[in-house]
Design a protein around this ligand. Structure first.
Ligand code: ATP
Ligand code: MG
Length: 568
């Protein structure tokens, strides 16, 4: 591609709308432009990269025996109503009516439609196992679209669905996708971690997420370097840790704690440790209210709690007026004693002795509280967030934690959708059985952002060769010197003849601008045709290298080809 023909409006300034590196760089490197919150256009460099990612995904899915098809994005409501997800998706589903007042949505994910397709088109048990996939635009009206294409409202997903006669078949199909995902993310140049994930409201028997560790990731992951255990926060099992407390069971006492609302204020006021307190938080769970208790130095994991409560909508903190009504006190003094709603206590709370809780009375707390003596929770379970230094549930060594970007997710669904929609088969003896399913997603557009988060420096993107929009850029230093432009053209032609995806910077720009742009847009190799061009010498520089090296034209061309082949 001649850069004089390329729509590449790079930006020198960091756009105010962007908070994280990948988002800033995708805007500055002229890959994307924002149209509305969470909705982006892809400029030529953006779409070229996206297509490279898609190609790798497609090749590996095909290699794993999956078949590509394409579903519509505009979908009638019926299948989602049958599975119950018309309601479950709540406000994150884009819904609309057609001119005849019929309900439609923009597909957020396609389990129902693939299930229906198999019902309609597969006639014999002999056709299984089967894995179908598509690479398609998805729509989710995210509560907080942000970070560019990392969490957007319109994004490209590769979604695959496996259909098997039984659980052994599902395990095999799942393993094939697991292996394909490992190959895909390796080829995309991502350094990834595979974590056990929560199967939550989706049901199913197993699930794993492919995470790219990054401080900007929105998912918490807990891992153990000793035994290889890795799980996301929702799934990571917390082993209760005991903390020192006063021996025996003392008598409960009511204390005046004027205007101490938070744990920090109470710790200071009562000269105690945060772990001597149990905090009680009141949540709205669909249309009822519940209380959850964790130790004062812990946080509640709302997904674990939601799964336990079994509500459909995400938990929400109870409104202040409701807290006042339920506790007869200002916000900040809730406690389990005398509370008229179900209390879910964390396992650690059940181990505590003589602890401090809110008294359901403004400015009052109880101390020396003991479980079963002073109150009995309805449920005791693991409802807290795992922390660095917690005990590894597999080997007992200390756990480490990190933030991760979820780039892929594989899931043994079982019969949830085949039951809901009636996907059955007749076995060889004519008995009716239910097909068992798996689903497998990759956030194709999110992968671009994740790759940039892991591969950049102060000058811009450093693309892995496999997904770089172009593999090499040839830059004549001075466009007015015929000698330089002619040699640059020759090198450019030669590279292209050899199948290299090359750029020729034939723009009438200063050399400094061309260099800056080539670094910003992250092209892996740069060949500069300058002063020594008369001697057949050019400057060769890999994007990651500190300095450039002088080479003959032939060497430079051969080295580019070799570099690309060994890095693709
Ligand atoms: P998240 O937890 O990040 O919201 P999810 O678990 O809801 O994602 P899945 O339904 O598992 O997402 O979708 C499969 C993949 O699609 C995810 O692993 C992720 O890479 C990608 N994805 C999901 N939501 C978005 C989004 N809003 N923007 C970009 N990519 C997304
Ligand atoms: Mg997921």
């Amino acid at each position: 591609m001649r850069m004089s023909n390329l729509l590449m409006p790079t930006l020198r300034e960091v756009p105010a709308e962007a908070e994280i590196t990948s988002h800033k760089l995708m805007l500055r490197a002229a890959m994307i432009r924002r149209l509305s919150a969470g909705i982006y256009s892809y400029l030529p460099l953006g779409i070229k990269t996206l297509q490279k990612v898609e190609k790798i995904v497609r090749e590996e899915m095909d290699k794993a025996g999956a078949q590509e098809l394409l579903m519509p994005a505009l979908l009638p409501a019926e299948a989602y109503q049958a599975s119950g997800r018309w309601e479950v998706f709540g406000p994150s589903m884009f819904k609309m009516k057609d001119r005849y007042d019929r309900d439609f949505c923009l597909g957020p994910t396609h389990e129902e439609l693939f299930t229906q397709t198999v019902i309609d088109n597969v006639k014999s048990y002999k056709e299984y196992p089967m894995t179908l996939y598509q690479i398609q635009t998805k729509y989710r009206d995210e509560g907080r679209p942000r970070f560019g294409v990392m969490r957007s409202r319109e994004f490209v997903m590769k979604d695959a669905y496996s259909f098997d006669l039984n659980d052994e078949g599902l395990n095999e199909s799942y393993k094939k996708m697991y292996d394909a995902y490992c190959r895909i993310f390796t080829r995309l140049g991502l350094d990834f971690t595979i974590v056990d994930a929560d199967t939550g409201a989706m049901g199913g028997s197993g699930s794993q997420e492919f995470m790219v560790k990054s401080p900007v990731g929105e998912d918490g992951i807990a891992y153990c370097d000793d035994c290889g255990y890795a799980a996301n926060y929702e799934k990571a099992e917390c082993i209760p840790q005991e903390k020192p407390s006063v021996e025996g069971e003392l008598d409960i006492e009511k204390l005046h704690t004027p205007s101490a609302h938070t744990i920090e204020e109470l710790v200071a006021f009562m000269n105690a440790e945060a772990y001597n307190f149990a905090k009680t938080i009141i949540y709205k769970a669909d249309d009822k209210y519940i209380a959850a208790m964790v130790r004062g130095d812990r946080e509640i994991n709302e997904v674990k709690l939601k799964n336990l409560v079994g509500c459909i909508d995400d938990l929400e903190l109870a409104e202040p007026f409701k807290v006042r009504e339920l506790t007869n006190a200002e916000v900040g003094f809730a406690g389990p004693i005398g509370l008229d709603i179900p209390v879910y206590a964390d396992k650690e709370v059940a181990m505590m002795k003589n602890f401090i809780v809110g008294a359901n009375e403004t400015d009052m707390h109880y101390k020396n509280v003991n479980i079963n003596k002073d109150f009995t929770p309805e449920v005791v379970a693991d409802i807290r967030v795992i922390e660095e230094g917690d005990t590894c549930p597999k080997c007992g060594k200390p756990i480490k934690t990190a933030q991760g970007i979820e780039v892929g997710h594989i899931f043994k669904l079982g019969t949830k959708y085949s039951d809901a929609l009636g996907l059955k088969y007749l076995d060889e003896d004519g008995r009716s059985k239910t097909v068992t399913m798996g689903c497998y997603g990759i956030g194709v557009t999110r992968c671009l952002a994740a790759a940039i988060e892991q591969n950049n420096d102060e000058n811009g993107i450093i693309w892995p060769v496999s997904i770089s929009p172009y593999q090499v850029v040839v830059i004549p230093v001075n466009n007015k010197l015929e000698e330089q432009t002619a040699l640059a053209e020759k090198i450019y032609d030669e590279l292209r003849t050899n199948g290299v995806d090359a750029l020729l910077d034939d723009r009438n720009e200063r050399a400094g601008v061309k260099f800056k742009d080539s670094e910003l847009i992250g092209i892996p190799v740069r060949i500069v045709v300058g002063k020594k061009c008369g001697e057949g010498i050019v400057e060769y520089k890999e994007r990651r290298a500190e300095n450039s090296v002088e080479k003959t034209v032939d060497d430079a061309v051969n080295d580019v080809i070799e570099y690309i082949n060994s890095n693709i």
